[in-house]
Ligand binder design. Structure first.
Ligand code: NAP
Length: 280
């Protein structure tokens, strides 16, 4: 469920996941407009409890607002304050956030030798906070960089990291003012800048070199090679887009719903078969 949903890749990913474990099923999109949110989530949860629906993915703009409809939350949902996966156990409705584990798995697969150090995350939305929570658990220092810092409300777990000095906030202007932390080894883009159709855009300011020796992870996966990833590679940096995270977070949700582990390679093929994975 989300709004709008017309260009979601999830039906293809989950069709491949189902076929890879020999299950039949149907992954349907439920676009629910903001004015219909309460009735929409109520209806879907009733159908889950009745056994008609096995699991729900939640995407923008409802990842935070579904929280209060959950009976129980996984650690990652509680800490990041957002839910992207819902399932029922008995009569208990569970919500968790598989973006955190999806990101960490793909990061560690991409750069197994990368040691925790200073990281900066561009953006302060749901995905930025889910990634920050993952990195903090792995002993990274995290600076979230956003254009509106007044509205951010961290969960108690993240407030703890903030008090301990491992999590901080900086304004978007810091990118050009030269006031970024020293020795940044990981830069994460968690804004939609560079996403189709704005493929010529980069969140990193033109003319400013990327932090020396840093790795760049762009959560945007459409196009598969974003402007930021291309620019980083041209400057001699290791860089990766968010396609691997997309597959992994979907696979982890599928495992919660079915108890089966899908073939990630088949899932990847389902969204890159057209050649470039460029559909959103
Ligand atoms: P979100 O909650 O809407 O947050 C977006 C963030 O980007 C906000 O902090 C927003 O700032 C900032 N932003 C947007 N446009 C900006 C601009 N022009 N300049 C500066 N900041 C800007 O969205 P989200 O769920 O966190 O998702 C963010 C991106 O990650 C999306 O592209 C999404 O597709 C991607 N994502 C990828 C995966 C994956 O599996 N690879 C998973 C989750 C998300 P304001 O609050 O000031 O608007």
């Amino acid at each position: 469920m989300g709004y709008p949903l017309a260009h979601s890749l999830s039906p293809r990913l989950h069709a491949a996941a189902l076929s890879s474990v020999g299950l039949t099923g149907n992954y349907r999109l439920f676009p629910i407009s903001p004015g219909e949110f309460d009735a929409g989530i109520g209806g879907l949860l009733a159908r889950m409890k009745g056994g008609e629906i096995h699991g729900i993915n939640v995407t923008l703009p409802y990842k935070q607002s579904v929280l209060e409809h959950m009976d129980s939350l996984g650690d990652d949902a509680r800490a990041s304050g957002s839910v992207n996966t819902i399932w029922v156990n008995g009569s208990v409705v569970w919500g968790d956030n598989t973006d955190t584990a999806g990101f960490l798995t793909d990061l560690e697969r991409a750069w197994p030798g990368l040691q925790p150090g200073q990281s900066i995350i561009l953006g302060t939305g749901g995905a930025a906070v889910a990634v920050a929570w993952g990195l903090l658990q792995r002993n990274w220092h995290v600076t979230l960089i956003g254009r509106d810092l007044q509205t951010i409300r961290f969960s108690p777990r993240l407030q703890g990291f903030q008090s301990a000095g491992a999590l901080s906030l900086m304004s978007w202007q810091s990118l050009t003012s030269g006031r970024l932390p020293d020795r940044i080894s990981l830069l994460v883009n968690a804004t939609p800048i560079g996403m189709h159709p704005g493929v010529a855009n980069s969140p990193w300011p033109g003319g400013v070199p990327l932090p020396a020796g840093s790795h760049t992870y762009d959560l945007v996966y459409n196009p598969e090679t974003t402007r930021l990833v291309r620019d980083a590679r041209m400057q001699g940096h290791e860089a990766r887009s968010g396609l691997g995270m997309l597959i992994e977070q979907a696979a982890l949700g599928f495992e919660r719903w079915t108890g089966r582990s899908p073939d990630r390679e088949e899932m990847l093929k389902s969204v890159t078969a057209s050649g470039d994975g460029s559909e959103s």
